[in-house]
Design a protein around this ligand. Structure first.
Ligand SMILES: *Cc1c(COP(=O)(O)O)cnc(C)c1O
Length: 389
């Protein structure tokens, strides 16, 4: 069969017919435990009955009407996103990268209002912000950028976790208007910055009149045990980007802003044809309601703690394991050697997992996994690490 797909992915040799909770089923009926949730998207698991019901009901009523008219479900969702992010106003796009684009456009508006001709944004080494031109230019990975020059200009780079490096940038660059950072770096291999780092960034931004932007596209929505990972440190940003789990698989993202940043946009300056349509907005409202009523933040925290304890007990001191990192259900097991082949090995054992940065086994299971399923994931990962390469 001729492959008409552009050659952008290297998929595993498996496809799924359906799912139920944390389980996925292939064509032959074999079941797999999902330890990656379509990259942190299906937080409520697959075929969630209430999510399916709402999608069916709304699609039978009204899927799309365009942002030329008011969309009550979008307004309602904006209120819910503003509440969980503690921001004031929200813009809806369809992907994480689009939320980043919105945040970056706000930094340019704010910069120009301050008479800065070339407003700059401080971004981090090893960061990931998406694949559109501005988002990949902000990303700290040559693999993501190579071949796509000329990149969008206006980014200054600092090592992740190093607040002093940013103070130094502040002394030499008066064109900077913002700092963009993932509170926990996801694609980089679940990298957690030193305690106090995010509050340090808040102070630096306050001292210099910069906006602080947290990219919580992967780490947000209860994944780490709080609505947003930065809330572990009680730091208030100016902008939060959120996406992946927001509608449990329907495409939606949000750029939420507070204070002056929330007032930067005016009609005609930004937009998205599909963004925040009634179907995705209502679905996201349902997802947020379920996350709240079922305390999925608390559940992710406790299940994640159990998994981390189990990994530490079983793998600490193992010469093949370099480090085990995690918060809530955002967990990385870094090996000393290439781990890419373990995705296929895991599949053979009935677990779907991901490897990032070649050496880090990345786990982002649905937040609804039970203890037994969590233990099963730990068992399989430990067996893979321990088995002969
Ligand atoms: C996934 C991700 C993005 C990009 O999201 P897309 O929906 O793929 O555009 C941006 N930032 C972070 C931190 C992500 O994990």
């Amino acid at each position: 069969m001729t492959n008409h797909l552009m050659n952008t992915y290297a998929p595993l040799p498996v496809s799924f017919k359906c799912g139920e909770g944390a389980w996925l089923f292939d064509e032959s009926g074999k079941r797999y435990l999902d330890a990656i949730s379509g990259l942190g998207v299906c937080a409520l698991g697959h075929a969630h009955p209430e999510v399916a019901r709402v999608i069916a009901e709304q699609s039978a009523a009204l899927i799309h009407c365009g942002n030329l008219v008011r969309i009550p479900w979008q307004e309602k969702l904006a209120g819910k996103v503003a509440e969980v992010t503690a921001m004031d106003r929200v813009f809806f796009g369809n992907s994480g990268a689009e939320a980043i684009e919105c945040a970056l456009k706000i930094t340019r508006i704010v910069g120009h209002a301050r008479k800065i001709d070339t407003p700059g944004v401080v971004v981090m080494e090893h960061s990931f912000h998406g694949r559109t031109m501005a988002a990949l230019s902000a990303t700290g990975s040559r693999k993501v950028q190579a071949g796509f020059e000329p990149l969008v200009s206006g980014f200054l780079r600092a090592p992740f976790g190093d607040a002093d490096a940013i103070r130094k940038i502040a002394r030499h660059h008066d064109e900077v208007t913002a700092v963009l950072v993932e509170p926990i770096q996801g694609e980089a291999g679940i990298r957690i910055p030193p305690a106090g780092y995010l509050s340090e960034l808040r102070s630096i931004c306050d001292e210099n009149g910069w906006l602080l932007i947290f990219d919580e596209i992967q780490s947000g929505l209860c994944r780490t045990g709080k609505w947003y990972a930065h809330q572990h440190e009680d730091v208030r940003p100016d902008i939060v980007t959120t996406a992946k789990a927001l509608a449990n698989g329907l495409p939606i993202s949000a750029c939420a802003a507070g204070g002056a940043a929330a007032e930067a946009m005016t009609p005609g300056r930004h937009g998205s044809t599909f963004g925040g349509n009634p179907l995705v907005s209502r679905t996201a409202c349902t997802v947020l309601d379920i996350m709240k009523s079922e305390d999925l933040c608390g559940r992710a925290a406790s299940t994640g703690d159990c998994m981390m304890d189990a990994f530490r007990t079983r793998l600490d001191g193992n010469p093949r394991v370099k480090e085990i990192r995690g918060k809530g259900l955002m967990i990385g097991v870094e090996l000393g050697q290439d781990a890419n082949h373990l995705r296929q090995r895991a599949l053979e054992r009935g677990v779907l997992l991901n490897v990032t940065q070649d050496r880090v086994i990345r786990l982002l299971p649905p937040l609804i996994i039970d203890r037994e399923q969590a233990e099963h994931i730990v068992d399989v990962v430990c067996a893979l690490v321990e088995e002969r390469p």
